[in-house]
Design a protein around this ligand. Sequence first.
Ligand SMILES: Nc1nc2c(c(=O)[nH]1)N[C@H]1C(S)=C(S)[C@@H](COP(=O)(O)O)O[C@H]1N2
Ligand SMILES: [Mo]
Length: 401
Amino acid sequence: MEFPQSMPRRHMLAGSAAALGTLGLASWTSGAHAQVAAAKPLPAYAGWKDPKALIVHSSNTMETRRSAFGTSVLTPTDQLYVRNNLPPPDASILDNRDAWSISIEGVKNPRTFSLGELKTMGLETVATVLQCSGNGRGFFPSKPSGTQWTVGAAGCVFWSGVPVRTVVAALGGGVDGTVYLTGTGGEKLPDGVDPLSVLVERSVPIEALGDAILAWELNGEPIPLAHGGPLRLVVPGYQGVNNIKYIKRLALTPQQSKARIMASSYRLSPPGTKSSPDQRSVWEMVVKSWINGPLSEEGPLKAGMTQIHGVAFAGTQPVQGVEVSVDGGATWSRAQLIGPDLGRFAWRQFVLPVRLTPGTHVLASRATDAAGHAQPAEREENIRGYNNNSWRDHAVTVTVA
Ligand SMILES: Nc1nc2c(c(=O)[nH]1)N[C@H]1C(S)=C(S)[C@@H](COP(=O)(O)O)O[C@H]1N2
Ligand SMILES: [Mo]
């Protein structure tokens, strides 16, 4: 079938139910258009997102298209990935944001605060990379189960809120013997199952407390439900799962949470093992970069000068530098880090001008952090497909005419 000439491409990619209905879903089957036919609609709670910027894997998993990252350091909220382990709470929790309450435990004077009270206690803004630890799972040859994320389960965003250290200090400081900061999500748990098997509760080492904030704003706006509003724990430099949405309890604890999401899921379990609490948890993010352009997804590139660009980050470490290869990693050139530098938890953009000749080229990037860690050629194999930072896996192949 032919698309009506008058219909702009962005509308076709939008894949709105209305547009698909008008055009006849059944005929969206051939060639390049098949992908559009298969596109799932955005779920209602994320219905305000930009559909052409996102790949909808399921109603609880949506990733940013590689081509949608563009060349700005900040990820707009309507293009940011979404990952929910449970369905989000009812949107009515946003009706009176300031009435949301959180209980603070494991401190000398434990108590509950309303969000309205937290707003009077302190304010800080931090730019962080928010990334799902499963980002890049789709590149594991072992095909671990779970969402087959490529590069788009990540974004660089601003959070505003009160520092956790300020809240803890106001309550007399932590009790003795606490080793972890444990956050609990406020989702309604499904009936008839062991609560610990579904509860979203994560513990991070207490060292992370100094940078953590209880955030109510994302990119300058009240946090939408999809991203954890009205209140979210942000642990800068730590993998996404540690950034608890709809947070209703924050505790300094002597032990890690017993919830399954902490005890066995999100562990770097070597091949041939079963996930268990003695294996490393996905905490700090590892040094990583990838190229966002040029891409030849939409046909061959034109020979000549181009600006290879992408993003690089390293958890709690600043990025030291990025090298780029146009020959699949045989030779490397130093890319330029461009601004703005939003701090060590944000990603840096890099650029390398190159002249591309006709043919097929494998473009790769390799970041190094200030502690001297270099992005490896190969991923660390693990059965759940976490922490993929292999530069080889993230390389892009372009065709130049
Ligand atoms: N309460 C709660 N917090 C949560 C989750 C969740 O399911 N419930 N998912 C976690 C995971 S696995 C990720 S990757 C991030 C996703 O954040 P986003 O949806 O804002 O992109 O939130 C984390 N925090
Ligand atoms: Mo995640």
